[in-house]
Design a protein around this ligand. Structure first.
Ligand code: TMP
Length: 215
């Protein structure tokens, strides 16, 4: 593999999208070719699945099992249509969420069996795994406040997953903590309550060592 695959993770309201954009800008300024993708989504098929998962008027009845499979249907498409070709061409691929979200949200959050969750993920991604994963961590109160503000500003596009209750997000946090503990080489936890520039600097310190090893 010539390129570099980096994923960003964390509960809502951690400033992920802002930091993803900042990192992409900095890498491009250094002359790197960068591909930004988000999950669920990132391909035309994936964006349709994203709509079903988050905003469809029919999704109130969606089961946790269907949610797991749809997340991974979107992922299977993204990996083959976008990520693998980009990595083969030596690009830096930055994913705004990847499979750790599934372990945290569908595994820990929804309570699905982790063996099943990991089997589905394995099928969706195969050998395509991030070299580096950055979990942007904010205290639950900050995350909840930012989430509430976002919900209030989007009254028409209600978001099924963001509507989940507080205990769900606490379980998701536990999931991320367990992942970070299990894979300290790949997963770095970034304290994301700090000022934006300081968070960006911490992210750059984690990314920079990987750059000499990529095309
Ligand atoms: P976001 O793009 O605003 O982060 O929204 C994506 C939502 O989907 C977010 O609530 C997390 C959730 N999600 C899962 O539950 N499982 C997954 O595998 C992924 C990629 C996202």
């Amino acid at each position: 593999m010539k390129g570099l695959l980096i994923s960003f993770e964390g509960t809502e309201g951690g400033g992920k999208s802002t930091q993803v954009a900042r990192l992409a800008e900095r890498l491009r300024a250094e002359g790197r070719r960068v591909r930004l993708v988000r999950e669920p989504g990132g391909t035309p098929i994936g964006e349709e699945i994203r709509f079903t998962l988050k905003h469809s008027p029919h999704n109130g009845a969606m089961t946790a099992e269907a949610e797991l499979l749809l997340m991974n249907a979107s992922r299977a498409q993204l990996v083959r249509e976008v990520i693998r070709p980009a990595l083969a061409a030596g690009e830096v691929v930055i994913c705004d969420r990847f499979y750790d979200s599934t372990v945290a949200y569908q595994g820990y959050g929804r309570g699905l069996d982790l063996g099943h969750v990991n089997a589905v993920i394995d099928f969706a991604v195969g050998e395509t795994r991030p070299q580096l994963t950055l979990i942007l961590q904010v205290p639950p109160a900050v995350s909840q406040a930012r989430l509430a503000a976002r919900q209030a500003s989007l009254p028409v596009m209600r978001d099924r997953i963001e509507e989940a209750d507080r205990s769900f997000f606490e379980r998701v946090e536990k999931g991320y903590a367990a992942l970070a503990e299990a894979e300290p080489e790949r997963i770095k936890v970034i304290a994301a309550e700090a000022p934006e520039a300081a968070v960006a600097a911490a992210i750059w310190s984690a990314v920079a060592p990987w750059l000499p090893r990529t095309a």
